[in-house]
Design a protein around this ligand. Structure first.
Ligand code: ZN
Length: 336
């Protein structure tokens, strides 16, 4: 790992700060925690029902022995479930690292205080690796102890600048023997400020994937595009990878005339989301090609909107980056 260059304008980024963070490496995050219950069939059933896992070694003694296990085993990935406490069982509903018997603040809390004081106030979990030493069987009683394994130098990430903190958790059985090890990594970061607060709020961005990008690209070019199956020709919207009729992944697009009718609509008053004007009429429009789509209705008094009224699409640049189709009533003169 390369050393961090000290930055006089941000003294907390310098070597002294990193050294302070690293002084926590090797310290226990908090006292060991013992599972409240033995490894039991009921909890395993809940887990495999939720996961849809039908492996018989988790429920059937014979099947487990036939596969070389000493008896029914717990799904390995259930590891943490045995020692986890309910969220609300923590004081005030807020998670706090457990304290040792002396009541002293745990090393993990102290480390997080150091991060908070330096502005690294946000946290996101980034990695979790588990290593299983032996199968966990019915009747085992697990204990977990955790150590602050490592703290990284400051890294620049898409979320903001921050430090990765890796915690190593050792799971032991009722005889004190290790059954699994887990490394859990979080990023403590300074939340990025994307734009000055004085700017008008923007509309939410669409989640652009390779399946849907064409639609917004088309809108930018002033065209309303509909996806068409390359095999059977069926039109579809919203965009998706495969044809619901024939299953083909081939597709191209056709340009819609933009003309359609109001199939259904609502006028939104609440909740008022930043970036939109209210009252906000929103319609499901049935295009003359046959597909439907959702869009704002513009140039109309909400009281005048009727099911079946003819509308036409208009590409509206709501800001520098985003153009979306909206619909306005089609005057009888233009309908011809
Ligand atoms: Zn098709």
């Amino acid at each position: 790992m390369s050393p961090v260059a000290p930055d006089a304008s941000r003294p907390e980024d310098g070597d002294a700060f990193l050294a302070q963070l690293r002084s926590f490496e090797g310290k226990p995050s908090g006292p060991p925690m013992e599972a409240r219950d033995e490894v039991n069939q009921a909890m395993i059933r809940h887990w495999i029902d939720a996961m849809g896992d039908e492996n018989p070694v988790y429920v059937d003694e014979k099947a487990a022995r036939a596969n070389g296990f000493p008896g029914v085993v717990a799904p390995p990935t259930m590891l943490q479930a045995w020692v986890m406490r309910g969220y609300l069982s923590q004081k005030g509903g807020e998670w706090k690292a457990p304290r040792d018997e002396s009541g002293e603040t745990s090393a993990q809390e102290q480390l997080f205080d150091v991060f908070n004081a330096a502005g690294f106030t946000s946290v996101v979990a980034t990695n979790c690796d588990q290593e299983y030493t032996r199968p966990i069987v019915l009747g085992d009683r697990l204990t977990v102890s955790s150590v602050i394994d490592s703290v990284s130098p400051e890294k620049h990430t898409g979320l903001g600048d921050g430090h990765f903190v890796t915690t190593r958790l050792e799971f032991t059985d009722q005889h004190g023997e290790r059954v699994a090890t887990m490394r859990f990594r979080i990023l403590r970061f300074r939340p990025q400020v994307h734009r000055p607060a004085v700017d008008a709020p923007l509309r939410p961005r669409p989640a652009l994937t390779q399946d849907i990008a064409f639609f917004f690209e088309g809108a930018k070019q002033g065209t309303l595009l509909i996806q068409r199956c390359g095999a059977c020709g069926l039109l579809r919207h919203p965009p998706r990878p495969a044809c619901a009729s024939c299953g083909s992944f081939d597709w191209d697009t056709v340009t819609s005339s933009g003309r359609g009718t109001v199939y259904s609509f609502v006028v939104m008053h609440h909740p008022q989301i930043p970036g939109f004007d209210y009252p906000l009429p929103i319609a499901v429009v049935e295009l003359e090609e046959g597909t439907r789509l959702v869009g704002d209705l513009i140039g109309v008094d909400p009281a005048d909107i009727r099911i079946g009224m003819p509308v036409v699409a208009e590409m509206v640049a709501v800001d520098d980056e985003l153009t979306i189709p909206m619909f306005r009533p089609l005057s009888p003169g233009k309908a011809a």
